[in-house]
Design a protein around this ligand. Structure first.
Ligand SMILES: C[S@@+](CC[C@H](N)C(=O)[O-])C[C@H]1O[C@@H](n2cnc3c(N)ncnc32)[C@H](O)[C@@H]1O
Length: 241
């Protein structure tokens, strides 16, 4: 994909996040910006499609959660593509509309309030970039979000165009530990616990990570699969061989 465009989208996203969040530490200390680098790298090296049709499950509505839809939305607008986002919570969809009206008012966007698996199953659309980020990951019970992430992927996989890429958020590789914070009602950290990751991988994309081993139409891409860090699983649908 056009390197200059990716760089513009990266800068737009970083500036927007900095405007919205009071980041009182170095940029490279923020794991969301490290995730951003992984995304930009695969788009530069592994993505060849010029007009982006994008879907996000779990809508971008709060910059504390990253709002990666803003980064992808910039690419969609610049390539005259289409942007779809779905969330089960109608209030969050309203907040998301406000963010996109403010930062990307001329984006060709559609907002859906429903269960994301339902939408993935029933949509007649096809996509070439997808960000799966709905059912919240719970380190103390990681299986429901992994199952939900898998159901989204499974129902969508035939609707992904050849050369398309799927990102799945919130994953941790095994053989390390995670600091799991407890928050009060106003979002302050009031305590934490160290939790060992004993499985090879846990997260929303745990099953998607393994899938390319069984289906050669899919490839795991990126070189960011490090321990001890919240990472995105990134898979690419290759042209049928
Ligand atoms: C982590 S947030 C999404 C963050 C967003 N993608 C971003 O980059 O800022 C997860 C969202 O998923 C939504 N969600 C949870 N279960 C869902 C489901 N079954 N279907 C659709 N959305 C769901 C929640 O309401 C919440 O808004």
């Amino acid at each position: 994909m056009n390197q200059e465009l990716i760089e513009k989208a990266r800068q737009f996203y970083v500036q927007t996040v900095e405007q919205e969040l009071n980041l009182n530490f170095e940029k490279n200390m923020y794991f969301r910006f490290r995730q951003l680098e992984s995304i930009c790298n695969v788009l530069k090296n592994d993505f060849d499609i010029e007009k982006i049709n994008f879907l996000e499950t779990g809508t971008s509505q709060n910059f504390a959660d990253a709002c990666f839809g803003v980064f992808f939305g910039f690419l969609v607008r610049e390539t005259n593509g289409k942007f779809y986002t779905v969330d089960i919570d109608g209030d969050r969809i309203e907040k998301s509309k406000k963010i996109f009206e403010k930062y990307l008012p001329d984006l060709n966007a559609k907002f859906y309030t429903e269960d994301s698996v339902n939408l993935c199953k029933n949509t007649p659309m096809t996509f070439n970039l997808v960000h799966l980020d709905s059912w919240d990951f719970d380190l103390k019970n990681p299986f429901p979000s992994a199952l939900h992430g898998w159901k989204e992927f499974e129902t969508l996989q035939n609707k992904i165009e050849d050369g398309g890429i799927v990102f799945v958020d919130d994953n941790f590789m095994g053989g390390s530990w995670i600091q799991w914070n407890w928050y009060n009602e106003i979002g302050e950290v009031v305590g934490y616990e160290k939790i060992d990751v004993d499985y090879p991988i846990i997260g929303k994309g745990a099953h998607v990570y393994d899938y390319p081993k069984y289906d050669k139409d899919w490839e795991l891409i990126g070189d960011h699969y490090v321990r001890g860090e919240n990472i995105k699983i990134i898979v690419k649908k290759n042209c049928k061989r």
